[in-house]
Design a protein around this ligand. Structure first.
Ligand code: BES
Ligand code: ZN
Length: 646
């Protein structure tokens, strides 16, 4: 299911590899050489190769934003004021990450309270890292303020014209900061190692509602003047903003949905179980620490399924299918309130600490609310995907704790590894220790490292002390090391079987063998997951007549369900079932969620006729795509047009 994140990221990583010298900074390289063992890795994990900042010298403690949303210019402009902690007594420079930002002025607060001009240098753009901003601060100012504006092409923002929204009346904008796009809308130490509190004062056109990853007040007057406070320390990738014609509907007294007015009721119905999910997570892992939990439903161009912006998850509308069958997305983003937002990876190389833990917790929430069968089906789907992906995936991308220099672009991690193998590892530990020991362990882990950013080695140390040593004879250090540092999935991995999927397998086999379609009374009860599994298990190609028969019976072509569409259209394209082309093109134009559209693009570009359809469709759709999706499609098309390399 996370196929597209993988493919495009790999593509991005390859492309980026050409532009950026893959060699990490010298000190990283040195430590890297020594870091063969688990303990050796500790040293390298301290360096984030995706940020120019030097947080060991000076750190941002607090950020105060003063911003204006300008839809005409497609620009955020204003200032960012940093409260700094100068830890290195010799340091006199503040180095920030930026990308395509215009810096107008930099000032620093003197000891006497007056502000002085500071000199600064903005370096040329590195394709992956952006523009390094070096600010000279000989007086080591306690506060520094950068006045700036963003570019209409900011990689972390999307500006939508009214036609691209559901209501068609008002423009819309939203951010997507993870992994390293926050720097395209705020100059920052853009590394998860640095955590800061923030406040923001944002002005916008009067009828526009502005929301941030902060204390959004459902009752706030919609007057174009908004103030936000995030009193808890967060890493930069959780900085988020959205502006548009947004309405609110409560789910409970601490949870609710923001969406365009025409969407908000449907969304609130779909996500009605949100507070129950919070209660399950709290029972397992301790109190929800972020006060409110609201979900913002974005227009269909949102490039991801969901993003765990604190207090305000951003979500794709493509999971609103009317039967709650895709609400594990909410379980996932909510779970990040513990795994990710509370305990955060210290560099994107340790992404599994966020996504693997979160996928594990997500599955526990799904099991509690929707039953073991539902949870097991999710596990099987993602593990089958992993098996398919690992047939060709570079072994270096199959380890949980990535080695420095493995990814030129931090978006390039294998999602099967960080999500599925990561969660599988925790399921392995759960099985060995039993829930009675493992659940309290995880709860204490979240508590112990709350509001900290840690590398994988910290988890290992903690697990050795609080699991391996505490309950001897259950898991060896060698097993732990194998899961974390070696490619592939260890034989010790617990197996999951799904009787409901066995029935689907039998139905598929019967149809493939004899042409007998599965009985209507059985398929009437199939969930999205069963349909997904039905399609996932198909041979690479079928005969066009076979697809026509399936289509006639089940109406896959034109399905409103993106999880089904992202599997059906590639199969149709591979099989030469051209009747689906128009609907496939319509789907990848209407939806901009990268994971859903990329499998179809990747399949289309493999033949000249398909490539033409892909290019024509992209030409029409690109104005509505987010920069992240645009980049992936561009790379896929460009790669297909390159003469084959030997
Ligand atoms: N934090 C991720 C999204 C992300 C990961 C953005 C890496 C940028 C870089 C989010 O929590 C996530 O995992 N989203 C998934 C949905 C989830 C149900 C697996 C997605 O968008 O597909
Ligand atoms: Zn996630």
């Amino acid at each position: 299911m996370r196929y597209s994140i993988l493919t495009l990221c790999l593509a991005a990583a390859l492309a980026a590899g050409c532009s950026r010298d893959a060699a990490p900074p010298a000190d990283t390289a040195n430590k890297d050489a020594a870091a063969v063992t688990a303990s050796g890795q500790k040293a390298v994990a301290e360096v984030d190769e995706y940020s120019y900042s030097e947080p060991h010298k000076v750190r941002i403690e607090d950020l105060a934003l003063e911003l204006k949303v300008d839809f005409d210019k497609k620009e955020l402009g204003g200032s960012a004021t940093y409260t700094l902690d100068w830890t290195d007594p010799k340091a006199t420079q503040l180095i920030l990450d930026t990308r395509d930002i215009t810096v107008e002025k930099v000032v620093g607060e003197r000891a006497d309270g007056k502000w002085e001009d500071l000199t600064f240098a903005l370096a040329d753009k590195d394709k992956v890292l952006g523009n390094k901003l070096t600010i000279e601060s000989p007086q080591r100012n306690a506060r520094i303020r950068v006045t700036y504006h963003t570019s209409p092409e900011a990689s972390g923002l999307q500006w939508l014209t009214p036609e691209m929204t559901q209501g068609k009346k008002s423009p819309f904008m939203f951010s997507q900061s993870q992994q390293i796009h926050a720097r395209s809308w705020v100059p920052l130490q853009d590394t998860p190692r640095v955590r800061f509190t923030y406040t923001a004062h944002v002005t916008s056109p009067q009828d526009t509602m502005v929301l941030m990853s902060a204390d959004n007040d459902p009752k706030a007057a919609r007057d174009g003047d908004y103030s936000f406070k995030m009193p808890q320390k967060i890493p930069s990738y959780l900085l988020a903003i959205a502006a548009g014609d947004l309405a609110f509907q409560p789910i409970s007294d601490r949870a609710g949905v923001w969406a365009e007015p025409g969407m908000v009721k449907k969304a609130a119905d779909e996500f009605a179980d949100t507070d129950k999910m919070m209660q399950t997570a709290e029972r397992l892992y301790g109190p929800y620490r972020w006060e409110r939990y609201d979900i913002l439903v974005l227009p269909p161009s949102f490039p991801y399924g969901g993003m765990e912006n604190p207090r305000l998850t951003f979500a794709t509308p493509t999971v609103i299918v009317g039967d709650k069958s895709l609400v594990s997305l909410v379980a996932h983003e909510l779970a990040h309130s513990w795994s990710g937002n509370l305990v955060t990876f210290s560099t994107p190389k340790d992404s599994w600490l966020n996504e693997g833990f979160t996928s594990y917790v997500e599955n526990r929430i799904v099991e509690d609310l929707y039953g073991k069968e539902a949870a097991d089906m999710e596990k099987v789907i993602s593990r089958n995907e992993l098996a398919a992906e690992y047939k060709e995936l570079d072994p270096k991308l199959q380890v949980l704790a990535l080695r420095p220099g493995t990814l030129s672009d931090p978006d390039g991690a294998s999602s099967s590894t960080v999500y599925t193998k990561g969660a599988w590892f925790l399921q392995f530990l759960e099985e060995r220790y039993g829930r009675e020991a493992f659940d309290p362990f995880l709860k204490e882990y979240f508590n112990h490292f709350a509001f900290q950013s840690i590398p994988t080695t910290k988890f290992i140390e903690y697990a050795k002390a609080n699991l391996l040593a505490k309950y001897p004879g259950k898991v060896t250090e060698a097993e732990l090391d194998q899961w974390i540092y070696e490619p592939g999935v260890p034989d010790s991995a617990p197996k999951t079987v799904s009787p409901r999927f066995d029935a689907v397998d039998a139905a598929r086999k019967a149809w493939l063998d004899t042409g007998t379609l599965p009985a209507g009374d059985a398929t009437a009860k199939w969930s999205t997951q069963e349909w997904v599994h039905f399609l996932d298990g198909m041979p690479q190609v079928l005969k066009p007549e076979q697809l026509a028969a399936l289509d006639q019976a089940f109406h896959f072509t034109g399905t409103p369900n993106g999880e089904i569409a992202q599997r059906w259209y590639p199969l149709a394209v591979r099989s030469g079932y051209t009747q689906a082309n128009a609907a496939a093109a319509e789907f990848i134009s209407r939806v901009g969620r990268r994971k859903l559209v990329m499998p179809t693009y990747s399949e289309l570009v493999k033949t000249p006729a398909g490539l033409k359809l892909a290019e024509d469709t992209f030409a029409k759709a690109r104005a509505g795509y987010h920069p992240i999706t645009t980049q992936s499609v561009e790379e896929t098309i460009a790669k297909a047009k390159q003469p084959a390399k030997s």
